[in-house]
Design a protein around this ligand. Structure first.
Ligand SMILES: [Zn+2]
Length: 334
C-alpha cells in the first residue's frame, strides 16, 4: 500500500472533500461548479486517475503515476475513462466507436454508460462544460434511475443555471472558487514562466489560470477587444463588440467590462491616485467622462444582470448591447 500523490493546484476545498470519501461513500455523480480556468477539469481528470490507478493505496484520492492505469489516463487512452467537452448532442453519426471528439452524441453516451469496465474497476465519465440537449439530458436521467455500480459521472460547469434542474438535482455539487493570484502565479512558474512575468499575468487574469495562459500566449486579443469596445462606448466612438461577444468569450469579456467599470468608479470616488485593477489602462480610465458615481455603480449592477443573462441562451451580441446600454445610461441626467 502506498500513499498516492494528488498533484492539483488550488482546489483545497474539493481536495479536502474527496479526501474524506471512501469507495463506499463515493457518490455516482458530482457537479464541479466554478468560474472558468480554476482547474475543474484538471481536478476531474486527476480524480479519475486516482480511481483508475491500479496500485493499492491507503486513500481514495491519489495515484502512483507509473502503473498501467496511470499511464493510460495521462496519455488519454484509458478505455474506462470517457472525456467529452462542448456539446453533447443527440443525433445520427456514422457508425463506429466513440472517438475523442469535441462533440459527443447522446447515443454515444448512453452506450458508453451501459458498457462494462474494461479493466474490471471503475468507469469514469468526465463531461467538461457540456451543453446538454434535452435528449442528452434524458439519456443521463436514465442513468441516474439505476446507476450501474462502479460508474462515476463528473460534470464541470461555469454556470450551474445552464444545467437542467432534473440533472442537477441528481448530482452532488462541489464548488471551485477562484484561485488566489499567488496560486495562479505558482502554477505558471511550475510551467517555466519567470516569476516576475507570472506574477504580472496572475494579477491581470483575476484568478483564472486559463486567462493567465492566454495572456502569456499573446492571445490577449479578447481583452484588447473588450478594452477598445469599452472606451469607444463611453467616448462616443463606434463600439464594435464582435471581437469578444461570442459564446466562448462572453462571460470573460463581461468580467473585463466589470473590471474597467469598477476602476472608473474607483477613480471617480477616490481620485486619480487610487490603485486600479486594470493598471495598464489607468491613464485612459482617468480621462473618462466625469459621471455621477451613483450612476456608474448602477451601471455596474446592470452589467451584473447582463452576466446572468449571458448564462442563458440569449445571443452574445444582445448581451453586449445590454452592457452598452448600462454604460451609456450613466450619461442620463448629466
Ligand atoms: Zn497508478
Amino acid at each position: 500500500m502506498i500513499d498516492g500523490t494528488f498533484d492539483v493546484a488550488g482546489a483545497a476545498g474539493p481536495t479536502h472533500f474527496f479526501e474524506g470519501l471512501t469507495a463506499e461513500t463515493l457518490s455516482h455523480g458530482y457537479l464541479f461548479a466554478g468560474p472558468a480556468g480554476v482547474g475543474k477539469k484538471t481536478f476531474a481528470l486527476r480524480l479519475a486517475q486516482s480511481l483508475l490507478c491500479v496500485t493499492p493505496k491507503t486513500t481514495l484520492l491519489g495515484y502512483c503515476g507509473t502503473c498501467s492505469g496511470c499511464t493510460r489516463v495521462t496519455s488519454g487512452v484509458h478505455p474506462d475513462l470517457y472525456f467529452a467537452e462542448g456539446q453533447v448532442k443527440i443525433g445520427e453519426r456514422e457508425a463506429g466507436g466513440f472517438h475523442a471528439a469535441e462533440e459527443a452524441t447522446a447515443r454515444d453516451l448512453v452506450r458508453q454508460l451501459s458498457m462494462h469496465s474494461y479493466a474490471g474497476g471503475y468507469r469514469v465519465f468526465v463531461l467538461g462544460d457540456v451543453d446538454f440537449t434535452r435528449e442528452a439530458a434524458n439519456a443521463l436521467l436514465k442513468f441516474f434511475e439505476e446507476p450501474p455500480p462502479g460508474v462515476l459521472l463528473l460534470l464541470t460547469t461555469t454556470a450551474v443555471a445552464r444545467i437542467l434542474p432534473t440533472v442537477r438535482s441528481r448530482l452532488l455539487e462541489v464548488t471551485f472558487p477562484l484561485l488566489s493570484n499567488r496560486e495562479v502565479a505558482a502554477i505558471l512558474e511550475r510551467e517555466g514562466i519567470e516569476p516576475d512575468v507570472a506574477a504580472h499575468a496572475a494579477e491581470i487574469a483575476g484568478g483564472s489560470v486559463t486567462r493567465a495562459r492566454a495572456l502569456l500566449d499573446g492571445e490577449g486579443t479578447m481583452r484588447d477587444a473588450v478594452v477598445e469596445w469599452f472606451f469607444a462606448t463611453l467616448e462616443g466612438g463606434s463600439a464594435d463588440a464582435t471581437g469578444w461577444a461570442t459564446r466562448p468569450t462572453l462571460e470573460e469579456g463581461l468580467e473585463v467590462v466589470k473590471t474597467l467599470t469598477r476602476d472608473w468608479l474607483a477613480v471617480r470616488v477616490g481620485g486619480p491616485d487610487v490603485p486600479l485593477l486594470a493598471r495598464d489602462q489607468a491613464e485612459r480610465i482617468g480621462r473618462l467622462p466625469q459621471r455621477d458615481p451613483v450612476a456608474i455603480a448602477r451601471a455596474l449592477g446592470a452589467i451584473g444582470d447582463a452576466e446572468r443573462v449571458a448564462r442563458t441562451n440569449v445571443s452574445p451580441a444582445l448581451v453586449a448591447d445590454l452592457a452598452k446600454m448600462a454604460l451609456c445610461a450613466t450619461n442620463v441626467g448629466a
